[in-house]
Design a protein around this ligand. Sequence first.
Ligand code: UDP
Length: 325
Amino acid sequence: MRSVLVTGGAGYVGSHACKALASAGWTPIVYDDFSTGHRDLVRWGPCEEGDIADTARLDAALARHRPDAVMHFAAASLVGESVRDPGATYRRNVAGTLTLLEAVRKAGVGTVVFSSSCATYGRPDRVPITEDSPQRPINPYGASKAMAERLMADFGAAYGMRGAALRYFNAAGADPDGEAGEDHEPETHLIPRALMAAAGLLSRLDVFGDDWATADGTCIRDYVHVSDLARWHVAALDRLAEGTPFLALNLGTGRGRSVREVVAAVERVTGRTVPLAIGPRRDGDPPVLVADPGRAKDILGATPRFADLETMVETAWRWLRRRRS
Ligand code: UDP
């Protein structure tokens, strides 16, 4: 049976990718240091505990399982933290990715699917954002993902390693079967925080600015269901296996939602009020990020199954209630 080493496979998007891989007939091998991942999210294949910066452990895991490909999710993923402590983010996301790519090349694995981000575009000139938009990241997190993409492209040119850089917009929701979901500590993302405020686990939701030049004054993002993202990772693997050398694709729905629209959806789904406090803008927040999903649709068949915000919120709500009960 074909197998994939999944770094960060015990995390939010990584765990959903493992489920999608297993449903498509692959064996996902989780490689995770459990600094932010969860052991109970390792459900679809074997597990190797290790850090991507640890060459010896990586070599051993690659030798033991001899995977056909690698999916790389392990990363420092918080923008604010990357601004406060850039060294930690660059070490993990750039040096860590380099260590991983070296090990992968040595092991003779020829295919890597990488979890990149729309944060590589920075503040775009035009929305929706196409893949040809210039990558001008405005924080160390976005810069680290752009650098890792560059590493992949250079490894492709030099060693023939095939790669896909999948630039996600805002991953949201949870596995509809309730087998995986989002569980960050601390939780910084809008949908889980709004749900936590609705559930009384937070006293209120702070809205980061309502004076932006958008219809209701709040920031607009392109929320995309995590199970759709996961499926499209498997589709990227298939395209690479067919011979495509390198892919850089936006993964979003093409539909923008404001913070206020998200709050309204959370109130409809939960039947509860979300107590709000309007606060200042958050440093490094672009006002509008929406994908042009056309290329991913053409190349991966990336049409969302769970395009509506209510489904994203509803699956996240079920997950949160079960997780916190
Ligand atoms: N946001 C907010 N309050 C929060 C968390 C987020 O108003 O407690 C806003 C944030 O400014 C952004 C959107 O919600 O416009 C999505 O933020 P999130 O942190 O979920 O994802 P990001 O877009 O930063 O990757």
